[in-house]
Design a protein around this ligand. Structure first.
Ligand code: ATP
Ligand code: MG
Length: 349
């Protein structure tokens, strides 16, 4: 659960600070639309921080996983390139971070076969995040990929033997799948002194579940998100339309007042301040004052990122080169791991 992940994450942070160069992190996003503030404060900021500490960073564009809940991978190339623009604008540095699309790394995908054999159908059906996504899916039939994509994610993480996975809270059940698969693979095919896979750890941020303008998880698919790349006017309009409650006095109480508190938290994150103080500063001035503060805080905080993004968007060739280099690097890592896996499993040829 969240408490356990937090405890292990705090220990991990200490080791990372001591020896950053010994860690590899992997994480990624589906190219289903522009990244939003939930991504930024939930994981992207952490990725850039880890990279700058000296952790080796692998960032994956999960293009195959678009198909879990969409019929066609509509405008895929454009969406992939938009995602890379968000990464670069946020500070991921292709000189240090490997940015790649997993469909371009066949050896990674081949790990899915042995990994699927290590989990039961009942386990796949119990995954709470998958259940939630099915409940919100616009498709009438649930695909087999919907149930098996967490195993594919285990391949994404384990192909590069990542020890750290900076993610939002919805990913904790999937991290557990990856840990179980690493453990079972090692037990079945490895030797105790020489495990093939490390057990990866989730690294949660201070805002592992940011809510959108309707009070539900901020999500690309739910139309409740403020995009990183939104204009100042779009941001103002989205925040003006955000749900609040009937209580005029503003307080920070995420359990009792999720909508108001998520606005307070957004302002606090952008301003680098404590949410209780931010709420006290607004007090009886009400939701309109809160929304004005949030809008300015977002627009000020993201102005440099947005400017960088606009500049980078003019050079699609650069984006494509970043992906080509990243794909080549990831393919080399995947080939080495697949060879090791096949040897461990007793393949002779
Ligand atoms: P989709 O609706 O297409 O699934 P999404 O907004 O849920 O999009 P993902 O690509 O599934 O985004 O998630 C990418 C990463 O961002 C994951 O690590 C996830 O935990 C994190 N993340 C997504 N939404 C939030 C949020 N609202 N708060 C914190 N972290 C988030
Ligand atoms: Mg999602």
């Amino acid at each position: 659960g969240v408490a356990g992940a937090r405890r292990r994450g705090a220990e991990l942070e200490r080791s990372i600070r001591e020896r950053p160069g010994t860690f590899r992190a992997l994480t990624g996003d589906r190219p289903t639309g522009r990244l939003h503030l939930g991504h930024y404060f939930g994981t992207l900021q952490n990725r850039v921080r880890l990279q700058n500490l000296g952790v080796e960073m692998m960032v994956l564009v999960a293009d195959y996983q678009v198909l879990t809940d969409r019929d066609v991978a509509d405008r895929l190339t454009e969406r992939v390139e938009d995602l890379v623009l968000d990464y670069l604008a946020a500070g991921l540095d292709p000189g240090r971070a490997t940015i790649f699309t997993h469909s371009a790394v066949p050896a990674l995908n081949q790990l899915l076969l042995p990994f699927l054999s290590l989990v039961s159908v009942a386990e796949l059906g119990r995954n709470p995040t998958v259940k939630d996504e099915i409940a919100h899916s616009r498709q009438s039939a649930v695909s087999g990929l919907m149930f098996t994509y967490p195993v594919h994610q285990a391949a994404d993480i384990l192909f590069c033997k990542a020890g750290i996975v900076p993610v939002g809270q919805d990913q904790l059940p999937h991290l557990e799948v990856a840990r179980v698969i690493a453990r079972r693979f090692n037990n079945r095919y490895g030797t105790p002194s020489n495990p093939v896979f490390p057990e990866p750890e989730a690294l949660l941020s201070a805002a592992p579940l940011l809510l959108g303008t309707d009070g539900a998880k901020m999500s690309k698919s739910r139309g409740n998100a403020v995009a990183l790349a939104a204009t100042a006017d779009e941001t103002a309009r989205l925040i003006r339309g955000a749900k609040t409650d009937a209580e005029r006095h503003i307080t920070y109480d995420p359990v009792a007042r999720p909508e108001v508190s998520s606005l307070v938290l957004l302002a606090a994150l952008c301003l680098g301040r404590d949410p209780h103080e931010v709420a006290a500063g607004i007090g009886g001035r009400g939701a309109a004052a809160l929304k004005a503060l949030v809008t300015d805080a977002i627009n000020d905080h993201f102005a440099p990122l947005r400017a960088r993004r606009a500049e980078l968007a003019g050079d699609r060739g650069h984006v494509r080169r970043v992906l080509r280099d990243g794909n080549a690097r990831a393919a080399a890592v995947a080939a080495a791991t697949l060879a090791e896996v096949r040897t461990a499993m007793g393949a002779l040829y």
